[in-house]
Design a protein. Structure first.
Length: 133
């Protein structure tokens, strides 16, 4: 499933939602999770049951959580995890402080050849995140 994240891409501060202990101190994990939960409540990116199910399917395929745990997640938890996922990918690719127009998409595609990547610019000029297998 493709999730439109253009508004998040343009307006968010990914560091708030995804940074390490080395960058943010010993409370980095809890700080970024609280920030992501707050953002999820204010501006959810996964707005349909299908989008929430796509995130849960992604989580199951990752192997990071048990099925029962994933199935118990509500919309806020799913959205917070998605916000952290998108933010981490933006930061890793070095496109977290750029506008849609500023990103060198050819360079980003090269980056993805080696690192993988789920962000892309659609034909409509908007930014999407793929939760497809």
């Amino acid at each position: 499933m493709e999730i439109d994240i253009a508004s998040f891409f343009e307006n968010a501060e990914p560091w708030k939602f995804s940074h390490s202990i080395a960058e943010g101190g010993p409370s980095a994990g809890s700080d970024t999770w609280r920030a992501a939960l707050s953002e999820a409540a204010e501006a959810p990116l996964l707005k349909t049951p299908e989008a929430l199910d796509a995130l849960r399917a992604w989580a199951r395929s990752s192997g990071g959580w048990e099925k029962d745990e994933i199935d118990a997640w509500g919309a806020d938890e799913c959205n917070a995890l998605f916000i952290q996922l998108v933010s981490g990918d933006m930061r890793e690719a070095g496109i977290d402080e750029q506008t849609i127009e500023d990103v060198d998409w050819a360079a980003y595609e090269k980056f993805c050849e080696n690192q993988g990547g789920a962000l892309y610019r659609g034909d409509d000029g908007r930014i999407y995140y793929s939760l497809s297998d």
